[in-house]
Design a protein around this ligand. Structure first.
Ligand SMILES: [Zn+2]
Length: 484
């Protein structure tokens, strides 16, 4: 009972017998910690202290005394030297650092992942079978799965070496949630092909067919997934016929091959003002023909496409955009993290927009009835897709909210107004984003209910001009360049 409780915590670090067996087989000290169930990342960083502290090794063993029976200097049988300072470890870290620096991406956070030769799977399986044989308790316990008990080489490598890389490249290591910058590290082993060839006989059904259909598998005969599946269904005795258990000392260490640095889309956020009523938001093309020579999207993105790696260049991009056109101005331009985009998505539905409209009414209206509009709060409209956008939006009925309104007569009604007996007035309106304001004003042949004309007692109202005054969204944050 006591033992099983200890196993659940993953602790059997005091098992000298297992430790010595692993060491004699040629397992490195960090891999010993893995197989003994160590889950504290710190222990992998100070492996010698951990071994002494747990009593697995005497302090003297590390001196250059004559009794150095654990100091076999071979590449480890399961990590092939990846976790050993005397083999690829240091060199790999240095090469990754050099590669990342050469790629010169300007970002503070990075994610890192290793790609290892397939034989790592074979060797891990082989060692597990050996341990289960020799130490049925605890390794052959049914509830004990290798994956649960042993921290993977990749994970242990990350714990041990990724902090060193982070420090050298002066970036923060992240699990991938916040980071847009990914460093993939490809490791190779000269004996990989040879060792994996045992799979052709062990699982002729799978791998001989795969070899015959090499083109279908793009030449990747042994993939991680295929090997994992094959090993899951292999009887121990069958496996041992084709691959030695425990695994043999490797002929050479695993070595660094290459890194690939990739950066996800760059998200640049900002606010803009449009100073022209004729300029559209997006390119306006109908039947392949351009209706307006430019658009907000084009003016801004043409300048952004020269996009940069460096954050400090964003401000100069902002200046370029503002100089390139008098019809658009941007501000608070900044690089943002992917997870911040939810602000924008949420804003699309929830933000409030304020508009100023110049309206005309076919009948005389009194100031009083216009003033009464300000008593209306949070009025729900039912809007069918407007006729003017039906060619590009599906027919639907949506409800939108007009939060508040204020309307007043234009002080100087023109002579024409007086002659034609029409009234000009201004409407200051705050509404939910996505409200079709023009349609609310003129009613769109009854497709928007209620309309402004209905609210004013059944008169006909049309809209002459409409300007967006403000968008209430506290994102992205304002930037004060004077302070920087
Ligand atoms: Zn190792």
């Amino acid at each position: 009972m006591l033992r099983s409780v200890k196993m659940e915590c993953g602790l059997m670090l005091d098992n000298v017998e297992v430790y010595e067996d692993l060491r004699n087989l040629g397992c490195c000290q960090r891999c010993c910690l893995r197989y003994l169930g160590e889950r504290n990342p710190q222990s992998y960083n100070c492996v010698k202290e951990t071994l002494v502290k747990t009593g697995l090794q005497n302090d003297n063993d590390f001196d250059n005394g004559p009794d150095r029976k654990f100091f076999k200097c071979n590449p480890c049988i399961v990590c092939l030297g990846l976790m050993q300072d005397e083999f690829s470890a240091d060199d790999t870290v240095q090469k990754i650092v050099a590669g990342v620096e050469k790629a010169s991406y300007d970002c503070d956070i990075f994610t890192c992942a290793l790609s290892l030769p397939i034989t790592f799977q074979l060797r891990a399986h082989s060692l597990w079978l050996h341990l289960a044989d020799k130490f049925p308790v605890p390794f052959a316990l049914r509830e004990l799965h290798q994956e649960k008990h042993v921290i993977s080489v990749k994970e242990a490598w990350k714990w041990t070496f990724a902090p060193l890389i982070a420090k050298s490249i002066n970036k923060e290591l992240d699990s991938g949630v916040k980071s847009n910058f990914f460093v993939g590290v490809n490791m190779v082993y000269s004996g990989d092909e040879d060792e994996c060839s045992c799979l052709l006989e062990m699982h002729a059904d799978v791998f001989k067919i795969r070899r015959a259909q090499k083109r279908k598998y793009h030449g990747n005969l042994y993939t991680r997934k295929a090997v994992e599946l094959a090993l899951q269904t292999t009887e121990a005795a069958h496996f041992k016929q084709f691959f030695p258990s425990p695994p043999p000392v490797p002929t050479a260490p695993v070595t660094f091959d290459s890194i690939t640095c990739t950066h996800n889309s760059l998200f640049i956020a900002g606010r803009y003002n449009k100073f022209s009523r004729t300029l559209s938001q997006t390119p306006w093309v109908i039947d392949g023909e351009r209706r307006i020579k430019s658009s907000v999207q084009e003016i801004i993105s043409e300048n952004l496409q020269a996009a940069s790696k460096a954050e400090e260049q964003v401000h100069s991009l902002e200046c370029d955009i503002n100089k390139s056109s008098k019809e658009v101005a941007v501000r608070d331009l900044q690089i943002v993290q992917r997870d911040e985009l939810v602000n924008l998505k949420a804003g699309e539905e929830k933000k409030t927009k304020r508009y100023m409209a110049l309206c005309i009414c076919s009948d005389p209206i009194e100031s009083r009835s216009l003033a009464e509009l300000s008593n209306i709060k949070d009025l729900t409209l039912s809007q069918k897709t407007p006729i003017r956008v039906l060619h590009r939006r599906p027919l639907a009925t949506r409800s939108r909210i007009v939060h508040s309104m204020k309307a007043w007569l234009l002080e100087n009604q023109t002579k024409l107004c007086k002659k034609e007996n029409v009234t000009l007035f201004k409407l200051d309106i705050k509404a939910q984003a996505g409200t079709y304001i023009k349609e609310f004003v003129h009613g769109d042949f009854g497709r928007t209910q209620p309309s402004l004309g209905q609210l004013l007692g059944g008169v006909y109202v049309d809209i002459l001009a409409l300007d967006v005054q403000d968008i209430e969204l506290d994102w992205p944050p304002a930037i004060d360049y004077a302070q920087g």
